[in-house]
Design a protein around this ligand. Structure first.
Ligand code: ZN
Length: 245
């Protein structure tokens, strides 16, 4: 028969290991729970908020708005975005039913030119977050002055993709082309002129392009092809993985 002290010497290390394992699991559980509570945007099952920072699953949640226009408009309202629902448009193979006119307000701090572009709601939602979370801080960091105007080349356009039989996302207002950023001090950062220009300007443009990839399902820049040498094409095509060029 095994002496009592030998049985203890065998069991004590196991018990210590067991308690240490439980304590470690508890600490990990509390840490994960705390991170989830503080950053719901990083979880796939939490609802999207357009007022929240961009998280790991923000882009995927944005993409799902293409199937839920009422929810998309509700999210814009909750974020304090000043917009008006645009009347539905039908033009042959083209048109949209979920258009909104984007106007400047406290959340959307930069104005657009031409003013009040009409875009599909998921594009408006992504523009709002992109402008607030990416464009504005990038301008302050690189130039020390806020963005005043974002110039665009249009949204709705009943046309096919160049060189393709497929309809462009512009045919449903599910895209917008961004050409230039005008700062409050009057400076302009133009995709055509500055993509390969002065380092701070080129860095700013790459930063806002990369940031767009986090909230739009398609982002095409001068890196993609010559057709995009003077603008960023941003859209919310339904796709599993975002296309970022
Ligand atoms: Zn485009």
């Amino acid at each position: 028969m095994m002496p009592l002290f030998r049985r203890y010497s065998f069991c004590v290390p196991r018990l210590v290991l067991l308690f240490a394992g439980l304590a470690l699991a508890f600490v990990i559980g509390v840490t994960i729970h705390d991170a989830m509570r503080r950053h719901p945007e990083n979880l796939p099952w939490t609802p999207l908020s357009l007022s929240a920072p961009i998280g790991r699953f923000t882009g995927a949640k944005m993409a799902r708005l293409t199937e839920d226009a009422p929810n998309c408009r509700q999210l814009l309202r909750e974020a304090g975005a000043d917009f008006a629902a645009a009347p539905p448009v039908t033009a042959g193979q083209c048109g949209y039913t979920d258009g909104v006119r984007v106007t400047p307000n406290t959340m959307l701090v930069a104005g657009f030119e031409p003013a009040k572009p009409t875009v599909a709601c998921p594009v408006a939602a992504a523009l709002l977050v992109w402008e607030r979370e990416i464009v504005r801080p990038a301008a302050l960091r690189h130039f020390g002055t806020p963005i005043k105007i974002i110039e665009h080349l249009g949204s709705f356009n009943c046309r096919r993709i160049a060189g393709s039989p497929n309809w462009s996302q512009h045919a449903t207002a599910n895209a917008i082309d961004i050409a230039c950023f005008r700062l409050a001090d009057g400076a302009t950062i133009r995709v055509r002129d500055d993509w390969n220009g002065e380092p701070a300007r080129a860095a700013f443009l790459r930063e806002v392009r990369d940031g767009a990839c986090r909230v739009f399902t398609t982002t095409l820049s001068p890196d993609y092809n010559k057709s995009h040498a003077d603008h960023f094409h941003l859209d919310q095509t339904r796709r599993l993985r975002s296309a970022c060029h």
